[in-house]
Design a protein around this ligand. Structure first.
Ligand code: UFG
Length: 324
């Protein structure tokens, strides 16, 4: 297919672009490079530096591009930042995304795939989380993603545009060429690997008094190449839908650190600090629906393999992409 990928210079976007190109799709990337990296742009794709706020340019571009599908990653994604600056999240993740939805309608796009998140569930009522678990976000980031899911529902009802909302749990790992480089880095796996590499003194564990087996938060870590596979499958899904993407297994912060010690062979010092606000104790996906309806078949579900892939990338790019 001829696919437009927004945010294709970002962490999950870059791995998905690579995956699509490896599977014979044609890809154009739109990215403002606000958080993405020029070096994370796969050279086989067309690249257009553009912000989604550029409404007329975007609509014109999509109308001229003969695209069949859009995968929309471009968004701000820091929960903590969204609690300080909600405006940034609602403007970029919602208002600017409306420009993309309108461009998609004008360009007669057949399939729209959207990066949603487990953060739309807030403090979930049940575990593992199903797609039918009530979505009650507890921060503007999660709310901004839920808004867009709702807008997609109405664009589908009114304009007939098929969409797939993919709710990721904790994206982790790397492909051979593309990995995680955020500034500032807030995610557990890259922080643990920075400590393994001696780039930080220790890992602060944000709370060890949760109601879990070892007192630390439990998350469902999913490899970015498995997320990429789900995006590709969603392009040709017969109908609109919402899917949780995770392995169905949870690992605590302490377990992740222990696996990283084994994988890297390095000492990783820890300190226990206070809870980070807005962290639910346990987030585990029930991804039965994605496996059944999208034929999703994740291939890298082992936490050791996930962390090892991130470590291999880290050794290749010790300070990230170095283009900022
Ligand atoms: N953590 C630490 N120390 C650190 C960093 C993280 O203890 O230095 C803990 C967090 O408190 C949390 C776990 O490690 O319990 C994972 O934290 P991340 O920041 O790696 O990931 P989150 O679960 O907070 O967030 C991820 C995505 C969000 C998404 C969310 C869904 O990054 O975009 O899952 O709940 F919204």
């Amino acid at each position: 297919m001829n696919v437009l990928v927004t945010g294709g210079a970002g962490y999950i976007g870059s791995a998905t672009v690579e995956y699509l190109l490896n599977h014979e799709h044609k890809v154009s990337i739109v990215d403002s490079l606000a958080t993405g990296h020029r070096e994370a742009v796969d050279r086989r794709a067309d690249f257009i530096e553009m912000d989604l706020s550029e409404r007329d340019r975007l609509i014109h571009f999509v109308m001229k591009g003969s695209f069949e599908a859009i995968i929309h990653f471009a968004a701000y994604s820091l929960v903590g930042e969204s609690m300080q600056n909600p405006s940034k999240y609602f403007i970029n993740n919602d208002a600017c995304s409306i420009n993309l939805l309108d461009a998609a309608v004008a360009g007669k796009i057949k399939s729209f795939v959207f990066s949603s998140t487990a953060a739309t569930y807030g403090l979930p009522e049940e575990s593992p989380i199903k797609e039918t678990t009530p979505q009650l976000p507890i921060n503007p980031y999660g709310e901004s993603k839920l808004f867009l899911e709702k807008m997609l529902y109405w664009y589908n009802q009114i304009h007939g545009m098929k969409y797939t909302a993919l709710r990721y749990f904790n994206a982790a790992g790397a492909s051979t060429n593309f990995g995680e480089d955020h500034s500032p880095e807030t995610h557990l796996v890259p922080i643990v690997l920075q400590a393994a590499m001696g780039q930080r003194k220790n890992v602060a564990i944000f709370g060890d008094d949760y109601n879990t087996k070892d007192g630390t938060c439990i998350r469902d870590y999913i490899h970015i190449e498995d997320l990429a596979q789900a995006h590709m499958l969603a392009l040709t899904a017969p109908r609109s839908g919402h899917y949780n993407l995770g392995t169905g297994s949870g690992f605590s912060v302490k377990e992740v650190i222990e696996v990283a010690r084994e994988v890297t062979g390095k000492k990783i010092e820890v300190s226990v600090s206070t809870r980070r606000s807005g962290d639910p104790a346990i987030l585990i996906a029930d991804s039965t629906l994605a496996r059944k309806e999208l034929n999703w078949n994740p291939l890298h579900e082992n936490i050791r393999e996930i962390i090892n892939s991130a470590w291999e990338w880290k050794k290749k790019f010790p300070t990230g992409y170095n283009d900022k």
